[in-house]
Design a binder for this molecule. Structure first.
Ligand SMILES: Nc1ncnc2c1ncn2[C@@H]1O[C@H](COP(=O)(O)OP(=O)(O)OP(=O)(O)O)[C@@H](O)[C@H]1O
Ligand SMILES: [Mg+2]
Length: 398
């Protein structure tokens, strides 16, 4: 089976995320979750794996992708379709008495809403809208069962809804929030998406609508897990790494996103194959020089990276776009990253007032961090992906 590149990794292609799954199951006992993380870090793959593990955890899970819709009606219909009444009652029948055991383990999500209805539904949370009664019906059907509702591309859907009908978007968020806080709730929600939900909510001043969820930020692979994945994938493809070439591959990727690791491995195998064809020889070995060769090939493929630039052009108007591009150019040119003070000094020519400059930097960093361009976690601000950094240096930082 070829190495997965782009679509979710499932079955044999899914590696690691062991401690993340442990943590998520533990958090789910008492919380709803927002799973955030930069593009292509493996959010959908992880949701899929959680869905598969749900049965043994005593939950009935469905993974719903809401990318294709842009109305609240559509959203409610998706949930309805994913959890039809027969499925829920059938599930409750098959698991029978076990469920009460599971429910006991699942602490209730705390309800502390002023004016809440105690054990009832938060009816006042949905004003009179055309979708009110279907939504409440759905809520009634689903709330008492141990369901795990995994909603992927929620941020993409919400962004569209905010453009189409901002008032309805607010009503939806209000309803979902009240639902999540309903007392005695057995079902759990996990929201994810390929654009940053927190940055989107911040842009629309709606952060408070999700502050009841636990924010779980997905991180890259640890070195040992990255190496184990690459070693197994190379073995399956029939190639033998020599001279620590897979360790070296990890070093060149820097930030160990499984997608970039897989991308560089696939390209490295192609480079190794081309080398064999040119020089002759039958030993299917991966050498360090193949990794370097592949890295250069990738950097030259604009289509791999162009969406990172297009995203900014689409989402930001001037003067924010120019300022954001200046930040990225300055950081790309510094291999070790820049301290905040160094970065501010380089931005001075765009904004002379130091206080306003700092404010504009903080504002831009919100998006750049959430969407996985830059990392400001340590002393220095730097690109997460070395590949993206080198691409940016070559194409946008002259
Ligand atoms: N656990 C994993 N094991 C192996 N490969 C993985 C894993 N997670 C992610 N990948 C790699 O990353 C690619 C993208 O994974 P996935 O679609 O799950 O990411 P995503 O975060 O949902 O992306 P997007 O932000 O575009 O929605 C996969 O095709 C695969 O190459
Ligand atoms: Mg995804």
């Amino acid at each position: 089976m070829p190495i997965k590149l782009g679509n979710k990794a499932d079955g044999e292609d899914f590696f690691d995320r062991v401690s993340e799954r442990d943590d998520l199951w533990r958090y789910l006992e008492g919380n709803h979750i927002v799973l955030s993380g930069p593009r292509r870090l493996g959010k959908t793959s992880l949701l899929q794996r959680l869905a598969e593990e749900a049965t043994e955890k005593g939950m009935l899970a469905r993974l719903i992708d809401v990318e294709g819709i842009d109305t609240v009606d559509g959203f409610v219909a998706e949930l309805d379709r994913a959890f039809p009444d027969e499925t829920i009652s059938g599930y409750l029948k098959t698991v029978g008495t076990q469920v009460s055991g599971v429910l006991a383990r699942f602490r209730k999500v705390e309800v502390k809403l002023p004016g809440g209805l105690g054990g009832g539904l938060e009816l006042q949370a949905i004003p009179d809208t055309p979708w009110r009664s279907t939504a409440l019906n759905l809520q009634k059907r689903m709330s008492g069962a141990p369901l795990l509702v995994l909603i992927d591309e929620f941020s993409v859907y919400l962004e569209k809804l905010l453009v189409r009908d901002p008032a309805d978007a607010e009503r939806l968020l209000g309803w979902l929030r009240a639902w999540r806080q309903q007392s005695g709730l057995a079902c759990r929600f996990l929201f994810s998406g390929s654009i940053g939900l927190n940055a989107l909510l911040a842009r629309h001043r709606l952060n408070t609508r999700f502050n009841d969820c636990h924010d779980f930020r997905l991180k890259p692979f640890k070195p040992a897990a990255a190496l184990a994945m690459l070693t197994e994938e190379a073995r399956r493809e029939g190639w033998t790494p020599v001279d620590g070439s897979l360790d070296y591959l990890c070093q060149r990727i820097g930030w160990l996103s499984p997608f970039y690791l897989n991308l560089l491995l696939v390209t490295t195998i192609e480079a190794a194959r081309d080398r064999l064809e040119e020089a002759g020889g039958a030993e299917r070995q991966i050498q360090q020089s193949d990794v370097d060769d592949a890295y250069d090939r990738l950097l030259a493929t604009r289509s791999r990276f162009i969406h990172w630039h297009q995203r900014l052009e689409r989402d930001l108007g001037e003067p924010k776009l120019g300022f954001t591009m200046a930040i990225l150019a300055a950081v790309a040119k510094a291999d070790e990253g820049l301290s905040r003070r160094q970065l501010l000094a380089r931005l001075q020519r765009l904004e002379a007032d130091p206080d306003i400059c700092a404010e504009r930097l903080d504002d831009a960093m919100l998006l750049l961090e959430e969407d996985g361009y830059l990392d400001a976690g340590s002393e220095r601000i730097r690109f997460l992906s070395f590949l993206l950094r080198d691409y940016w240096k070559r194409n946008h930082a002259r």
